[in-house]
Design a protein around this ligand. Structure first.
Ligand SMILES: [Zn+2]
Length: 308
């Protein structure tokens, strides 16, 4: 597929249990360490990652504790690189009743990969996660939502490699990613295509803007996130929210030499995020992606999924 022949997305209707007056929303965590984020790519080479103090396990364990306290189950999109080094964390996530999903091996954006290398990356990550966890891995999220019109081939490869859904497209205009005009809610590109579940956005003054976590959650006051997510729910749709373990870690080592814009985006309000997240967990209902969107290994449709 190329950008000259963009297919028409087909919306997927969420089961009525999840799209009633107060939809259940998807809580997701992208399990990567503070030095692996795309914004630091040019400051920290991937081959130096092993020399960096790892904090991903401790931070993720804190999130697991918070989720346990609030009775929330979530989906954890994990890097293969992290899983290989912290297999105990993978098992803790699954033992606590959360969904384990893939975030690729080493946080390479899809736009920087050729199809063969992408397939290899996806296969290796899924294989490693399944081997450690002994549980099927159905979901995939591309690093930095980097599936674009030029890389829609990635969705076919994900399906061929055993994934049942992807959460890799952001329907906004952005210099590094996004497909503006694409659906804001779950869709398939063909009858037998993979289910794509975009991260949550809202429409403000005719513009689609992100409101499903990341930098926006730390930048804007909490009341904005709450207002925006309620608005999405009022459309009868579940929100898909995401955050990273390093976002609740104000004491993480600072990466030297980082430009001021990146520094601002990465380090802003880290000390406030955990508390903010606790409020968010209280103010909305949350569950795992696979349950909300009725995804099963056998691909037998959403009605098999029961939510009590
Ligand atoms: Zn990521």
């Amino acid at each position: 597929m190329t950008d000259s022949a963009a297919p028409t997305p087909r919306p997927i209707h969420v089961h009525e249990r999840y799209s009633s007056v107060a939809p259940v929303n998807a809580m997701t965590v992208d399990v990567e360490d503070y030095f692996q984020v795309s914004a630091f790519e040019r400051y920290v080479a991937a081959d130096s990652w092993d020399s960096m103090p790892r904090r991903v396990r401790a931070n993720t364990e804190r999130l697991l504790l918070l989720f346990e306290e609030k009775g929330v189950k979530a989906t954890f999109f994990m890097l293969g690189w992290v899983a290989q080094r912290e297999p105990g964390l993978v098992r803790d996530i699954v033992a606590a009743g959360h969904e384990l999903a893939s975030h690729g091996w080493s946080h390479q954006r899809v736009i920087n990969q050729q199809p063969d290398a992408f397939r290899e990356d996806v296969r290796r990550t899924r294989g490693t996660l399944e081997e450690i966890s002994n549980t099927p891995v159905l979901g995939y999220r591309a690093a930095s939502y980097s599936v674009s019109l030029d890389t829609l081939w990635a969705l076919d490869i994900l399906l061929e490699e055993g994934h049942r859904y992807s959460s890799s497209i952001c329907p906004i205009r952005h210099d590094h990613y996004g497909i503006p005009g694409f659906p804001r809610f779950a869709f398939c590109l063909s009858d037998d295509g993979i289910l794509e579940i975009p991260v949550t956005t809202t429409v403000l003054g005719g513009r689609t803007v992100p409101c499903g976590g990341g930098g926006w959650f730390r930048l804007a006051p909490y009341s904005f996130s709450r207002w925006a997510l309620r608005r999405v729910n009022a459309e009868g749709q579940p929100a898909v929210f995401y955050l990273h373990p390093w976002e609740i870690d104000p004491r993480q080592p600072r990466i030297p030499g980082v430009d001021s814009r990146t520094r601002f985006r990465h380090y802003l309000n880290l000390a406030r995020t955990e508390k903010r997240l606790a409020r968010l967990l209280d103010d909305f209902s949350w569950d795992r992606m696979d349950r909300i969107f009725g995804v099963t290994a056998a691909q037998d449709g959403g009605d098999a999924v029961r939510y009590a």
